[in-house]
Design a protein around this ligand. Sequence first.
Ligand code: NAD
Ligand code: UFG
Length: 343
Amino acid sequence: MKILVTGGAGYIGSHTLVELLEAGHEVVVLDNLCNGAREALARVEQITGQPVSFVEGDVRDRVQLDALFDWHDIEAVIHFAGLKAVGESVAKPLAYYDNNVAGSLNLCQAMAAAGVFRLVFSSSATVYGPEAPVPYTETLPRGRATNPYGTSKAMVEQLLEDLCRADERWSVSLLRYFNPIGAHPSGLIGEDPQGVPNNLMPFIAQVAVGRRSHLAVFGDDYPTPDGSCVRDYLHVVDLAAGHVRALEAMSSPGVATYNLGTGQGYSVLEMVAAFTAVTGQAVPYQIAPRRDGDLAAFWADAAKAERELGWRALHGLEAMMADTWRWQYHNPKGYRLRVTDAV
Ligand code: NAD
Ligand code: UFG
């Protein structure tokens, strides 16, 4: 299949390119590089030995999308492109609704005009909202999102459900990710946040590599076994493989919603301890106040994806830690400079 991957130069997108190419698919990437790297695509080519067609552009640009669909014989789209920083979304709601909601709407309109009706969408566990009981199952209703980022994901889910109800040519997979971490085992691609990382794992890795002095653990007074928050961390290679399964399993019209997680939660303090145990690198930390909007604990019920897609997470915490560290160690400044280039 020839697949358009929007946001393919980003973290999850680049790992998904590898899985798609290794499964025999052809890919075309559309990315505006606001948070992605051209170098990531070169590394994907290096890992797979296969070419990646790249169009630098924006999902909100209808003229460019039409030209892309005219030029390439696209059969399906995996839509990663969007903004993802929860805190930033509170400060810049218009940017988030524009990029994530208007961008997705524009993409769907261009797909329909081009006669492409298969879409895999990057959603998030955040759509369950703060009141949902754990583990989160797909049968729960969407909850009240607590920030514009989460609302934008819920809005696009709703948009896609309405679209499928109205037009049975559409086939859509909503993939609700839990907490993706880790990197490709080659150490060639990984997460490369710009500025101070918002997320736990890149922060831990940057402390270990000496870019930051210590980790702030946001809260140790939650109702969890050790007081720090619990999340369902999954290896990004497993997450990427989930996209290939979702795409290949798409046969009937309508929306299918899947949690992609491991079903197992770990606390922040357990993650720090596991990183040190696996890599031998110390991660100094200090307990800091709770971060606004954080939930105490959530993890996935991942049974539906296993039952219907034959997908489950294969990598454990040890691989997640080792692969994060391999990537960070060999690329201390991400895609900008490799350790081997520096000497
Ligand atoms: P990322 O920022 O690394 O990748 C997103 C890519 O999209 C970047 O390369 C960026 O340059 C590109 N992009 C952004 N806006 C664009 C636009 N308007 N047009 C074209 N390209 C654009 O993020 P990621 O972690 O790989 O996340 C991918 C998707 O998964 C996002 O939609 C995100 O919201 C969703 N998601 C991520 C997580 C997570 O923890 N990483 C969790 C749940 C959901
Ligand atoms: N944390 C710290 N210190 C840090 C960073 C994070 O203690 O420097 C803690 C957080 O408080 C949280 C846990 O580590 O308890 C995980 O935090 P992340 O920011 O890595 O992940 P979140 O669970 O907050 O958010 C992620 C994605 C969002 C998505 C959400 C729900 O980043 O896009 O999961 O799926 F909305």
